[in-house]
Design a protein around this ligand. Structure first.
Ligand code: GRF
Length: 216
């Protein structure tokens, strides 16, 4: 039985699309059962619709308290029999109740090599600008479990991307995004196939994992 995943997205959802494409190719043994977004204009909603994935617009401002907000999310996740949550460009901190209920069952992708260039405010172009301003020679992608702190949970997979001498933030962002699209599905597939073992902060992938890059 494939793992039932909910995807949370706030924006364009190119990572969501890359996962959908991998699933269509037969590379990803998960079922996308729900998409939740906090921004009704997010293109991710169109991607959900065109793939017949039920979607829900849930934003903190719709509720009187964090508890009601969390409860609405839990109800939707439970109804869809969600086993696992994939954050794909989700710009809101998840209520801690969700993190608790789905401990080590929520992943995020960050456009940098954590723990560098992570934390509150470090998202999107801010990351790439900071990498260039610092003069780092390598940036990349981190897939990690989500805990109560920004960009902090155990690291599952990382992929390095060279910073080139003539890079501007846009050029670096687009190479990193390409690497994201080639990395996120590998981590998710390893999890879906039960190949991931978590021991505190140490995450290992058993033999036969899909961590190594291949064209595609
Ligand atoms: C990606 O860079 C991802 O690393 C970050 O948010 C961005 C989302 O892009 N978490 P997209 O919406 O998947 O195109």
């Amino acid at each position: 039985m494939s793992m039932r995943c909910a995807v949370f997205a706030s924006g364009g959802g190119s990572n969501f699309q890359a996962l959908l494409d991998r699933k269509a190719k037969g590379d990803l043994s998960v079922e996308f059962v729900l998409m939740i977004g906090n921004n009704s204009k997010a293109a991710a909603f169109d991607r959900a619709r065109s793939n017949n994935i039920p979607s829900l617009h849930i934003a903190p401002s719709h509720f009187h308290s964090e508890e009601e907000y969390a409860q609405a999310m839990i109800a939707a996740l439970t109804e869809a029999q969600t086993e696992f949550i994939v954050l794909a460009g989700y710009m809101k901190m998840l209520p801690s109740r969700i993190v608790k209920e789905y401990r080590n069952k929520i992943i995020n992708i960050h456009p940098g090599l954590l723990p560098a260039f992570g934390g509150k405010g470090m998202y999107g172009m801010n990351v790439h600008k900071a990498v260039l301003e610092y003069g780092a020679k390598i940036s990349g992608v981190t897939v990690h479990f989500v805990d109560e702190e920004y960009d902090h949970g155990p690291v599952i997979m990382q992929k390095a991307v060279d910073v080139l001498d003539d890079d501007d933030a846009e050029a670096l962002a687009s190479r990193v995004l390409e690497a994201e699209h080639d990395t996120y599905w590998r981590a998710l597939e390893d999890i879906a196939l039960g190949r991931i073992c978590v021991d505190g902060r140490r995450v290992s992938v058993s033999a036969g994992g899909v961590a190594s890059s291949s064209p595609g």
